[in-house]
Design a protein around this ligand. Structure first.
Ligand SMILES: [Zn+2]
Ligand SMILES: [Zn+2]
Length: 363
């Protein structure tokens, strides 16, 4: 025993219990090391806040949309601390709902420290508290920064058309990032149009740009100062959007001829004449005198039964008798043509690229 002790003199031994090697870390045997260090530290209770009104979640001072799985992931990421020397860590998670507010998160962890494999199980209790997010606070206070006025020029828009214009706001909201101010305070029909009151000027402007791009027309902005807050003027934006009475592809009467607008431009439209090859750019001002004579949705696409070089015959779907029409200037012998009824006469329309995107009833 004595000789063995002396032969071991100078060799390493566990600083805690005196066991012989192998030693790990700060000169401890495996058993002592495992008693003293843990793969991870996990708090027992972790709080989180959800907006009691709309359900969005506060993450480090920011309100965000998260589904449950993402909430648990986020809480684990934020609160679980792996040992600083841990390598090859792996994590498996399961949750159990205890009550409306309490969820248990079970964690199975694996990792390597000092070449030793550690496996640990932890339980974390996520405790939800109710809050009210910025958006809901502002909404509740009827906060608004901008009013968008949807109007028309040239002709009265139908209710369906307003519904369609209004629906584009939802598309815009969806395409924009989560901003707590991107909300609708109120909306409704007013004489001659439809008004939408919004929490953000930026949202109003984004929508305005979208409307102009899709439906042509113009926006006019008016800013008004409504007071001062913290030494800064508080202003509100009123944005008037006027949709032209026509859409791309419609037939309009303009300067004593019939034309079809084919593209919106920055300050007007490109219009293409029906009876001959001619296209021109026209400003909104130029087009103020334009009237719609046949909307795209009223056009007919028919198959010709006979045709010669200038005239085609087709079955008039209104009277079920053969009718003839002068072929469009760009006609190249196709069987199918697009017609519009203008002042009691059938008129064949030239082909526009946008005709291919529409689905008319084919007679
Ligand atoms: Zn030991
Ligand atoms: Zn909320």
């Amino acid at each position: 025993m004595v000789s063995q002790m002396s032969s071991n003199l100078g060799d390493d031994f566990c600083l805690v219990c005196g066991s012989p090697p192998p030693l790990f870390g700060e000169r401890m045997c495996e058993a002592c090391l495992r008693k003293r260090i843990h793969l991870a530290e996990v708090p027992e209770n972790v709080p989180w806040v959800r907006c009691a009104r709309c359900g969005i979640v506060e993450i480090q001072g920011k309100w965000v949309h998260l589904d449950e799985t993402d909430i648990w992931d986020e809480l684990v990421q934020r609160h679980l601390k792996f040992h600083r020397d841990a390598e090859d860590v792996q994590l498996a998670m399961e949750t159990r709902t205890v009550s409306d507010r309490h969820t248990l998160i079970y964690l199975q962890l694996e990792g390597v420290i000092e070449d030793l494999l550690f496996k640990e199980e932890h339980t974390m209790r996520a405790r939800m508290a109710n809050g009210v997010c910025l958006t809901c606070t502002r909404r509740a206070g009827n906060y608004f920064e901008a009013t968008v006025q949807l109007r028309s020029s040239g002709r009265k828009l139908s209710e369906d058309e307003y519904v369609k214009l209004r629906a584009t706001l939802d598309d815009v909201l969806e395409s924009l990032s989560d901003d707590p101010m991107f909300f609708i305070t109120s909306e409704g029909q007013v004489t001659g149009g439809y008004d939408v009151v919004l929490g953000s000027k930026g949202l109003a402007r984004s929508w305005g740009r979208h409307l102009v791009k899709e439906y042509g027309g113009q926006t006019v902005e008016t800013n008004s100062t409504v007071g001062r807050k913290d030494g800064v003027d508080v202003t509100r934006l009123t944005m008037l959007y006027r949709k032209p009475g026509y859409d791309l592809g419609d037939v309009i009467r303009w300067r004593d001829n019939f034309w079809r607008p084919s593209t919106w431009t920055k300050d007007g439209a490109i219009v293409e004449r029906i009876d001959r090859q001619e296209r021109t750019g026209a400003s909104w001002r130029d087009l103020e005198s334009a009237n719609v004579v046949s909307r795209m949705s009223e056009h007919l696409v028919v198959d010709l039964i006979t045709q010669d070089s200038s005239v085609g015959e087709f079955l008039d779907p209104q009277s079920w008798v053969m009718a003839s029409v002068r072929l469009p200037w760009d006609h190249k012998g196709e069987k199918r043509i697009r017609l519009s009824r203008i002042e009691g006469e059938w008129m064949a329309l030239q082909h526009l690229a946008l005709d291919e995107n529409t689905e008319e009833e084919i007679v």
